[in-house]
Design a binder for this molecule. Structure first.
Ligand code: AMP
Ligand code: GLY
Length: 423
């Protein structure tokens, strides 16, 4: 099979690394890719916003299958255009990608099909939203409706904070993404991420993970795209996974199909495990970054036929086998992230991979033959272990061998699971 992978982050490096191990693979291309992905794929300088150019390249190289990593091309309808051109594609249609692209869309689906989630209302102007907040009181959650690079959510502990967040959205802090606002009840519990494939009819549960969104140790400081993750998430017991499938995933699949938007791709469900059980915080319609890195380390099965079955409506024919080991990834970011940071800082050394550890590239580039950091999140140092404690020790041992002066990381990734394992 000839495969084209779209994307350039740590998530796509992990996907490329895993796809490259498939005996079914004849050739792997990545657009635009990164220097880590270049170890496994031929990089192609395509503008992925130019769908006609992507299709022309796929035709020229007789690509059998396209795997789309990030959300932006999905929300822009790249999967629809590729499928219309007769090319099998992993990733939901533009209509189904609204599950990630519009928080209001997802909340309305939950309301229609009795999927557990926080009570909410949607608003197109500030005054009614402010009144609703005054009625409900704090804590309360304010969300820009559209894609806001993970920054459009305020968990307001006071009414004043909530009112300020509403004004910020309608004053244009998130551009058109904030033209509509969802105000949502605060859910109390432990968060977990759950990954599940669907071909529109059948579901295949993958695995669970926990992210670390805040930039600083002890979950302090501003939100980021994710500073590290581990899998599995202990709060997601087999019984909790079963409830999540039944109460959240299955009604989503049947509801989306009933509404004329069948979903094919990966559900990345952000869950809050409350006293009542699992409740949906949000859906993403692509693998998490850096959650994908820990999932790929733990996946024993060949990834390629699983993704292909998802794209071609044959998910009932495949299974996914997982290692019992835990996996943990530490994100090395440029000093200053998530604020301003220097670009093109030199990375002098990345240690070699071993059976149980690997460094994935996220925001790196080659400049005059030298590896430099170009992004906020730059490297994902990932390790397996018999438990999270061992995976954490291995990941940090490897992190300490990376030579990159302008990099920093959190030193406590996995702290919740490690505390549990000590108890
Ligand atoms: P989201 O971008 O929707 O994942 O929101 C970012 C973060 O805000 C989540 O990971 C949660 O930590 C928090 N959050 C979002 N919605 C709620 C809610 N209804 N109750 C409590 N926390 C929430
Ligand atoms: N790590 C969170 C995300 O990929 O959205």
């Amino acid at each position: 099979m000839k495969v084209l992978l779209i994307g350039s982050g740590g998530r796509e490096h992990a996907l490329a690394w895993k796809i490259a191990q498939s005996p079914l693979l004849d050739a792997l291309y990545a657009a635009p890719g990164n220097p880590g992905i270049a170890d496994h794929a031929t990089l192609v300088a395509l503008n992925v916003e130019d769908h006609a150019a992507v299709i022309a390249f796929a035709k020229e190289k007789a690509i059998d299958f396209v795997v789309i990593g990030p959300e932006a091309p999905l929300v822009a309808g790249l999967a629809d255009d590729l499928r219309a051109a007769g090319i099998a594609t992993f990733g939901p249609s533009k209509a189904a990608a609204q599950l990630e692209g519009s928080k209001g869309f997802t909340k309305d689906l939950c309301a229609r099909y009795d999927i557990p989630t926080g009570a909410y209302q949607r608003f197109k102007s500030a005054e009614p939203a402010r009144n609703y907040v005054r009625e409900q009181g704090a804590p309360i959650v304010i969300k820009a409706d559209g894609l806001a690079a993970g920054k459009g959510v305020t968990v307001a502990m006071t009414e004043a904070e909530a009112l300020a967040a509403i004004d910020e959205c309608f004053d244009g802090a998130f551009g058109t993404a904030g033209a509509e606002v969802v105000v949502e009840a605060f859910l109390d519990g432990e968060e977990a991420s759950f990954f599940c494939l669907s071909d529109g009819k059948t579901a295949l549960a993958l695995a669970t993970a926990q992210d670390h969104k805040r930039v600083g140790d002890g979950d302090t400081g501003p939100n980021t795209g994710g500073m590290g993750a581990y899998s599995p998430a202990p709060v997601m017991t087999p019984a909790m996974v079963e409830r999540t499938m039944k109460e959240i995933i299955e009604p989503t699949i049947s509801g989306m199909a009933k509404d004329g938007n069948p979903f094919s791709g990966v559900f990345f469900a952000g869950l809050m495990i409350t006293a009542k059980g699992p409740e949906l915080i949000e859906y993403n319609v692509r693998f998490g970054d850096p959650e994908c890195q820990v999932l790929m380390m733990r996946l024993k099965s060949d990834l390629l036929p699983i993704l292909y079955a998802t794209a071609t409506g044959t998910l009932d024919k495949v299974q996914a086998e997982w290692r019992d080991d835990a996996a943990l990834t530490v994100v090395l970011a440029s000093k200053g992230y998530p604020g301003a940071y220097d670009k093109n800082t030199p990375i002098a050394h990345i240690p070699d991979a071993s059976e149980e550890a690997k460094v994935f590239h996220a925001g790196t580039a080659l400049k005059d033959g030298k590896l430099v950091a170009t992004g906020g999140r730059v490297l994902n140092v990932t390790a397996l272990g018999k438990d999270v404690t061992e995976a954490q020790a291995r990941a940090y041992a490897l992190t300490d061998r990376v030579e990159w002066e302008n990099g920093f990381c959190r030193r406590d990734i996995g702290w919740q699971a490690v505390a549990r394992e000590k108890a």
